[in-house]
Design a protein around this ligand. Structure first.
Ligand code: GTP
Ligand code: MG
Length: 469
């Protein structure tokens, strides 16, 4: 049985949290030559999907199959899970490291881990599925290049996740908004006795998901790939599923699919941008985040925006390694001098001094209204929570400027006072504190945002689009 969490006690603006699986002392590691780090390509993969779909189990199994976790540790987890009457959760314990997560069987903070295949270094980000922790999921997805959408094929579970209000839908829409360009859709729990590797069940899920993924903006032919797995047993993950288990599957296994995903283009020469997702004190101030543009190197002078603090880069760590230089797409820890840890908030951006990132309290944007609460209308005065890269900030719509005709994509002549579900509208948005933001046309990753409202347990609504001015 699932535990019900108390959704009402969760603040809307929960601080996005990321936990790290590797607790290594950065000082102990050797400096790597910058060439070494570039040998393999690097991909950040976020695991998303409805609560209990098997994200942590699948992530844990990946680490086990790639040799990151030994048998003894697995046995320890098996015992611990049994003691907590959660026998089947032992694989998830690899990713779910804190006590609260293990007791409840729910991921809360985004788990982070690393593994490698022949060609690629992967950073796995294991997002929570429970709706209370959507802000954490958003911070995980904001750091990702591609997503693994985990769907449970178990009877009834696919249905609950896919319903309006289920996190399968919300996660897909958020992932698209946050720049997750490609999705591997893994149909999980194929071993379950209600599924038993049934082709009918797999096809049913694929045929229901496909139109939804298309309507969420994914090019289903180019950017989406489906495959069946069992995360718990580890089937069709590192090696292809045996024909005796699944005679009808002729496609790749998960590792093959991950290996063949194309890496997005990145500009190592662009102005430096690294949204900060977390910070801590450790011989100076250390900030964590994913580089969205440009490169960073020991000794660089940078700005922490929006407070324009001048800082110097003392050291750069990539995964657990100290490196001299790192480029876009990397998840880093950067040790800084010139700023105190208390003066940094998540959502701030480490930026180059020349061409620094803009900081604003008001901006114009084009929004698509995805799912308004029943009977609600979208008008001036509407309050929501704005999520953009690692920023979470309350905002208010101060003025609707124009409605866009969805067919012609041109502005409509009529003055607009309110809009309903499905509308595309240009509006002015205000926040209380300065936030770092870019024009969508210059920097889609930092110009793409989501507004959400939460009330009475249901969430809601709109998709990005452009920050215009
Ligand atoms: P949240 O973090 O709460 O969103 O859940 P999650 O998606 O990480 O799910 P988790 O990995 O914690 O697994 C939830 C339950 O599903 C556990 O009891 C797992 O053992 C079970 N489960 C996961 N994958 C499989 C699978 O492939 N087959 C079967 N039979 N059960 C699975
Ligand atoms: Mg989990």
């Amino acid at each position: 049985m699932k535990d019900e969490l108390d959704t009402k006690s969760q603040p809307v603006q929960a601080e996005p949290k990321v936990k790290d699986k590797e607790v290594s002392a950065p000082e102990d590691v050797e400096a790597l030559d910058e060439m070494e780090i570039d040998k393999k390509r690097h991909l950040n993969v976020v695991f998303i999907g409805h609560v209990d779909a098997g994200k942590s189990t699948t992530g844990g199994q990946i680490l086990f199959l790639s040799g990151q976790v030994d048998d003894r540790t697995i046995q320890k987890y098996e015992k611990e899970a049994k003691d907590k009457s959660r026998e089947s959760w032992y694989m998830a314990y690899i990713m779910d490291t804190n006590e609260e997560e293990r007791i409840k069987g729910k991921t809360v903070e985004v788990g982070r881990a690393h593994f490698e295949t022949e060609t690629t270094r992967f950073t796995i980000l294991d997002a929570p599925g429970h709706k209370s922790y959507v802000p954490n999921m958003i911070s995980g997805a904001a750091q990702a290049d591609i997503g693994v959408l985990v769907i449970s094929a178990r009877k009834g579970e696919f249905e609950t996740g896919y319903e309006r209000g289920g996190q399968t839908r919300e996660h897909v829409q958020l992932a698209k908004t946050l720049g997750v360009a490609k999705l591997l859709v893994v149909v999980n729990k194929m071993d379950d006795h209600t599924v038993n590797w049934s082709k009918e069940r797999y096809d049913e899920i694929e045929s229901k998901m496909t139109p939804f993924l298309r309507s969420s903006g994914y090019n289903v032919k180019k950017d989406v790939q489906f495959l069946p797995i069992s995360g718990l047993v580890g089937t069709n993950m590192k090696t292809r599923v045996d024909k005796s288990t699944c005679p009808w599957w002729n496609g790749p296994c998960l590792f093959e699919a991950l290996d063949s995903v194309e890496v997005p283009l990145r500009d190592p020469k662009g102005p430096f941008r690294m949204p900060i997702i977390d910070k801590f004190k450790d011989m100076g101030t250390v900030v964590m985040g994913k580089v969205e543009s440009g490169s960073v190197r020991e000794g660089d002078s940078l700005l922490v925006m929006p407070n324009k603090a001048q800082v110097k880069v003392l050291a750069v760590y990539c995964d657990e390694n100290k490196v001299r230089c790192a480029g876009p797409g990397e998840n880093l820890r950067v040790r800084l001098s010139g700023i105190e840890e208390e003066d940094i908030l998540s959502g701030f951006v480490l930026s180059s001094v020349v061409k620094s990132i803009a900081a604003v309290t008001e901006f114009t944007a084009q929004l698509q209204i995805l799912e308004l609460l029943e009977n609600a209308i979208f008008t001036a005065g509407y309050k929501a929570v704005l999520h953009i890269h690692s920023v979470v900030e309350e905002c208010e719509i101060v003025e609707l400027l124009q409605q866009i005709d969805p067919k012609t994509k041109k502005p409509m002549k009529k003055k607009v006072l309110f809009v309903k579900n499905g509308a595309v509208v240009v509006c002015r948005i205000q926040v209380n504190n300065l936030i770092c933001i870019e024009k969508f046309s210059d920097f889609p990753q930092l110009g793409r945002f989501t507004l959400r409202t939460e009330g009475n347990g249901d969430k809601l609504f709109s998709l990005p689009i452009n920050y215009c001015s």
